[in-house]
Structures are given as C-alpha cells and as structure tokens.
Ligand binder design. Structure first.
Ligand code: F6P
Ligand code: MG
Length: 478
C-alpha cells in the first residue's frame, strides 16, 4: 500500500528535502533547546530543572546525529503504541542515515523522536516546546485577525438571523452570494497556511489581509494553479438540497495560531450557512512540524478570544525594542472578537464543532496506508460529506511524497484515498515542497521558467516558497 513511484529523499541535491535536512532541521532543534532552557530556568522545582537539563542534552544529541549524518536510531519504548511501527519502518529502510533517507518518513521521525524525549520524563511529559512561538505569531497577526472578526460577525449574524447574505434579494442571488462567500472563506483558509512557522514564508500578514474582498481575492486566485473549489461547493449544496439531516465536514488541521483561526472562520461559516451541521476537526497528538495544532492550542485560542484586550496588552520583545506602544482595541473590535469567542465556544459546547485526535496523523507513513493501518478512522471519514486536508504536509502525505510527474491526476496520486475509497478529499495546499500533481500539461515548465522557479536545474523551486497553491478535489464516493 505504498506507491511504486520513488519518494523524495534527503540525499537528492535537487530536492527541498536536501536543504531541509541540512539547514532547516538543525535550526528547529536549536530553537527547541532554547525554549526548554528558558522554561527550565524559570522553574524552582529541582526535578523540573534536572529533567530539563537531560532534555536539552538529548535534543543536542539528536542535532549532533543529524548534522553528522549518523543512523536514525530506533525509538525507545516510551509507552506509546506507534513505537513499534516507527522502528519497523527504520528496519525496512535498512537503518538509513539522515542525509540519505526518504524525506517524509525522516521528518516525521524527527518530531516523533523529539516527543519521545519528553515522554521519558516525569515533569515534561506534555510539554510543547513550540507553544511559545505559536502564540506569539498569533498575537502578531492582530490586524488580519481583527478585520476578519469584524467581517465574520456581520456575515454570521445576517445568515443566522435573517437567513440571507447582505444585499442578496432573490433565492438565486442568495445562492450566488453563498458560493462567493464559500470560495472566499476557503481561500482565506488556504492562504492562512502560508503563515506556518516551519518555513518563514514570503507572504506577509499584510498580503494575507489583502486577500479579503473579492477584488483582491481575484488577484490572489492567479496564484492558485489548480482550483477545484466549485466542485466542493456543489457537493455541499447537493447534500443540503437532498434533505439529509446530518451533514458533516471534516478538517484535517495543519497549523495553530492564525491558520487555526481561519479554519474556525471557515467552520463557523459552513455551520451558519447550513452547508454542514457538524464540523469535525482533527488535531495532532504530539508537537509536530513546529506549528501544528494540538488540542491545547484550540483551547488556548478560544480562551484568548474571551478577553481580547488582554490578548493584545503585551508587546513582543521586537516591538518593545522598536519603541512601539500598546494600542488598545476599539469597542467594536472587542465586540467582534468576543462574538467569535461566543459563537465558537457555543458551537463546541453544543457538539457542532468537535475535536477528534488520532495517533494516525503523526505516523511516519503516508495516507496511502490509512485503509489498512487505521480502518476505524477510514470508516469514520467515510461518514463525512467532505474531508478538507489543510496545508503542505497533509498534501505530501496524501500523495505519499512521491516524485510523480506533475500531470499525474490527483485522484491517482492519492491512491487508496481516491475514487472508490468512500472519502471525499479536498486539499487546500500552499506549495512548500517538491511534490505537485494534477497540473495541466506544460504548467510545471511554465512555472519553472519564472524567475526563481528552478529553470533547468532539475529543482522545482517555484513549489518551495508558499507563493503558489493548489486546491484539489477527489470524489471517493463515486
Ligand atoms: O517545506 C517545508 C515544510 O516544513 C515541510 O517540511 C512541510 O511539509 C511543510 O513545510 C510544513 O508546512 P505545513 O504546515 O503547511 O504542512
Ligand atoms: Mg504544519
């Protein structure tokens, strides 16, 4: 249940895997070490301090092994059920070394190995070494958050109270407006992924703000190389019209902070518009690819919105150094953010917005393995009208991170999750890695020929920066 096409490998100098293993991962581990150091230093508990020192030493050892191209060592038994699976894979790969190993597996192993260090302690078991970074980037996206909140309050209030969209007079106009809103919400949700922390991308928060409003959205649509949103909208409206009472949409989450915020904007919109009756969110169970959502990130985001003024009452060190002052939110901004808090916590309390973790999401293999290795999760996803996979890593996992020709149909590249799987897949992905499928003939070459696109170097550089995106759909119920 893996594809025959070879996977991207850290030994291939033309792949982003090569740069990742050599340049990015050591930096990520170093940042983790700094974070643990800081937290340990702030504690007066002897055991916290001692274990903190041990964690730092273990992280440093991992970094050493990575930088000196040592073998990936078997995970120690930290009590979790996935240890065996990870270790079997290492064996099957012939005990590979860091600089010549399939990219997807080795990157998953890296985060699993880090989590295993913490799991071996008493006091640091559930510690998230990336939590600080996640919250601080959310705080720094204030202007985009506030603008979206104001807009969301307007839209949801109209939909819930008047069952219409502002300005729409007839049923046809309402349907048209709903489609535009759906596309807009999904595209905001898509570009929200450009802000993940594992890769400092080229898109600024100002760029993301610009994505609001259909004029600006049209402009950014040029960077969506394939866009199947219309098909996804049709599936949801058909289900609504068919009169089925329970209509579920799933979101396989990616990053915390601003991206989770926009995921919730989409979820809340789908529920308010009646395009779904339940939204199931799938977070990770261990700190993952730096910024991925853990259940506690969801809780932290909601509770931060309960007191918006407090959320923005502290400045980052950078802002302090730049001499910036705290600017309080206006009354209407506070109201809009509190509205989000009330709407989302209400939906959560009523069971319309559900969080459902599963250890499968942090396995070392691709989603090609889902039906065999986690049949109950597969069955569960079949219950959904639409399963939205957010972000780059989920896309790599859907396509098994294999070096497909770019024109390979998406439905083929996702293998067992394609047609006949019973799962409707919608990938919302800003491209931050080599694998891309489902492109029209000639498109890859065209993008390579743009400045910085990779040209004849053999590298698909255009797909590394998060500037371009693909939105691809597969109807597994066909
Ligand atoms: O390409 C860089 C990278 O860190 C990949 O390792 C990973 O697939 C991706 O970015 C993470 O991005 P996202 O949060 O969108 O999944
Ligand atoms: Mg991520």
């Amino acid at each position: 249940h893996d594809p025959k096409t070879p996977q991207y490998n850290t030994g291939d100098p033309t792949s982003f895997a090569f740069v990742s293993a050599r340049d990015r991962w050591p930096v990520i581990i170093t940042q983790g070490i700094d974070d643990v150091h800081r937290s340990a230093g702030a504690s007066k508990d002897e055991q916290v301090l001692n274990e903190g020192k041990w964690v730092v030493a273990e992280l440093a050892r991992l970094k050493y092994e990575l930088q000196h191209d040592r073998e990936l060592t078997p995970l120690v038994d930290d009590g979790e059920s996935d240890v065996e699976e990870y270790n079997k894979e290492l064996e099957a790969l012939g005990n590979p070394k860091w600089h010549a190993v399939p990219w997807l597996f080795s990157e998953c192993y890296l985060y699993r190995r880090v989590s295993s260090i913490f799991k071996q302690t008493q006091k640091w078991k559930s510690y998230d070494l990336f939590a600080r970074q996640k919250m601080s980037t959310f705080q720094s996206s204030r202007s985009a958050v506030v603008e979206l909140a104001v807009r969301y309050k307007e839209i949801v209030t109209e939909l819930e109270l008047k069952h219409t969209v502002k300005g729409a007079k007839t049923q046809k106009e309402l349907e048209e407006a709903e489609k535009i809103l759906f596309m807009e919400m999904c595209e905001i949700c898509l570009w929200g992924n450009a802000t993940d922390l594992s890769l400092l991308t080229n898109l600024s928060y100002e760029d993301i703000q610009k994505l609001q409003g259909s004029e600006a959205r049209k402009l950014s649509e040029k960077n969506i190389v394939v866009n199947d949103l219309g098909k996804a909208f049709k599936v949801l409206t058909d289900a609504l019209k068919s009169g089925v009472k329970e209509r579920r949409v799933d979101i396989v989450l990616d990053n915390a902070g601003f991206e989770l915020f926009v995921d919730l904007i989409l979820a809340g919109y789908l529920l308010a518009a009646g395009l779904a009756t339940t939204v199931v969110l799938h977070p990770k169970s261990i700190p993952w690819f730096v910024s991925d959502v853990l259940p506690q990130d969801f809780a932290a985001l909601i509770s931060a919105l309960a007191d918006p003024q407090a959320l923005y009452s502290t400045l980052s060190d950078e802002d302090k150094d730049a001499g910036k002052k705290v600017v309080p939110l206006s009354d209407s901004e506070v109201l809009a953010l509190k509205f989000l808090f009330e709407h989302w916590s209400g939906l959560h309390a009523e069971g319309q917005l559900v969080l459902r973790p599963n250890i499968f999401w942090t396995a070392g293999g691709s989603f090609w393995r889902l039906p065999k290795s986690e049949p109950s999760l597969h069955e569960d996803l079949k219950e959904s009208e639409l399963v939205i996979f957010k972000g780059d890593l989920n896309y790599r996992k859907l396509t098994a991170d294999a070096a497909w020709p770019a024109t390979t149909p998406f439905t083929e590249a996702i293998g067992p999750l394609g047609p006949g799987s019973g799962v409707r897949v919608l990938a919302l992905r800003t491209c931050k890695a080599d694998v891309v499928v489902g492109l029209p003939e000639g498109e890859d070459e065209k993008l390579k020929n743009l400045e910085g696109g990779g040209g004849d170097s053999g590298s698909r550089k255009w797909a590394w920066s998060g500037k371009w995106a693909v939105v691809q759909f597969s109807d597994g119920k066909l």
